[in-house]
Design a protein around this ligand. Structure first.
Ligand SMILES: Cc1ncc(COP(=O)(O)O)c(C=O)c1O
Length: 395
């Protein structure tokens, strides 16, 4: 069967081979410490689950408006005001089937063939692929561990080309955990305004940080006509399976996205919408509790990694990822032969230490591996000890 050329240009998830190998090893009875996960290990808060049960009991099981119920839209508006100091109305927000779907829909509505989009690297694996699907061209801006994986205003300015129309900002970041400080964000926002860039902020990890930072849209109000805010309940409320994300943007973009969503997925699940509305507008203690635990784990993991000779790691500010440089091990030998790439090292760690990580190549950072600390502290301690022993055995 003929497959479209459009899809031929899109890479499948690079984590798939690792995940498949981890599953195969588990089936053989191997004890695998999974430090590759991209979702909180906590359960969805009880009051959110109860809201979903109540929605079913009330018969909220039919189509809703495409962009979400008024109840959910109002909860999104409340959340943006409370957490971000951003004022939006119902007509400027919409819900989608997860943050990923919100980003996909926004890219389709924003970009024309050949439009360039600035993408600071290391980046989340799906951005380049979703941009390509929208006909856009990712223009990668490399950041370094020495600068905390943060792009400077000078870098942003210098990266602009004649067809550059937008910038993606993901702070805290997947995979580095790096978060911009307030002043850095303000300056980046001002450059974006001066250059007429559309700024897409992917705020999905914003609550999972020890040091909350104001939103670039609140710091630079002049950005507002060109600002697209994307967020989701997935990570903040441990709701990855519920598939609710949302966008706040000028009405004309929300209108265009609603047209596309109306011809593709229609509304996100009605029951999940009720749960998300409760998550966003209800008590927020559950988020703070989770963020506190992640912060404690972050310190544990950074300390553990820094104690392993050859592993170099910067200090992340949030999300639940650490992104160490493991290139010191390239050129060494393991039982399966020489290790020359992050993927080979990750495969060695999986097979010979029973620890699953994600190699950095697909994040645009081939010297690194991503380690998730969305696991209980004893699991992390076990994983770190295994990593130390396995890396120490490489000759
Ligand atoms: C940076 C980033 N953005 C967006 C998403 C999408 O999340 P979801 O579709 O579950 O809301 C993820 C998920 O891993 C992510 O890491």
């Amino acid at each position: 069967m003929k497959i479209s050329a459009r899809l031929g240009a899109v890479k499948p998830s690079a984590t798939f081979a690792m995940a498949a190998e981890a599953t195969a090893l588990r089936k053989q009875g191997r004890d695998i410490v999974d430090l590759s996960v991209g979702e909180p290990d906590f359960d969805t808060p009880a009051h959110v689950k109860a809201a979903a049960c109540e929605a079913v009991a009330r018969g909220l099981t039919k189509y809703t408006p495409i962009g979400g119920t008024d109840e959910l839209k109002d909860a999104i508006v409340t959340k943006l005001r409370r957490d971000n100091g951003l004022e939006y109305g119902r007509a400027e927000v919409m819900a989608s089937c997860g943050g990923k779907h919100a980003l996909y829909t926004a890219f389709q509505a924003l970009f024309d063939q050949g439009d360039e989009v600035l993408l600071p690297a290391p980046y989340w694996v799906s951005y380049p692929e979703m941009l390509v699907l929208a006909g856009a061209v990712p223009r990668v801006v490399d950041t370094t561990a020495e600068r905390g994986f943060r792009m400077s205003a000078e870098q942003l300015d210098a990266a602009m080309g004649p067809r550059t129309v937008a910038l993606i900002l993901n702070s805290p970041s997947n995979p580095t955990g790096a978060a911009y400080a307030e002043e850095e964000l303000r300056v980046l926002g001002e450059v974006a305004v001066r250059r007429g860039l559309t700024v897409i902020t992917d705020d999905i990890y914003e609550r999972l940080t020890a040091r909350p930072v104001r939103h670039v849209g609140a710091l630079v109000p002049a950005l507002r006509p060109n600002l697209v805010v994307v967020n989701s309940v997935s990570k903040s409320y441990a709701m990855t399976g519920w598939r609710i994300g949302y966008t706040a943007a000028p009405t004309e973009l929300i209108r265009a996205m609603t047209v596309l969503q109306g011809q593709t997925t229609t509304n996100p699940t009605s029951i999940a919408q009720a749960a998300a509305a409760t998550a966003l507008a209800g008590p927020q203690g559950c988020v703070d509790e989770m963020a506190r635990e992640f912060t404690a784990r972050l310190a544990l993991v950074v300390r553990g990694l820094r104690a392993i000779p050859g592993v170099r790691t910067s200090e992340p500010q949030g999300a639940f990822y650490v992104f160490p440089d493991v290139s010191a091990f390239f050129g060494r030998r393991g039982p399966d032969g020489p290790i020359t790439t992050a993927t080979e090292l990750a495969m060695y760690l999986l097979r010979h230490a029973g620890v699953a990580t994600v190699p950095g190549e697909s994040f645009g950072a081939p010297a690194h591996v991503r380690i998730s600390y969305a696991a209980a502290r004893p699991v992390l301690e076990d994983g770190l000890a295994r990593l130390g022993r396995a890396l120490g055995r490489l000759s």
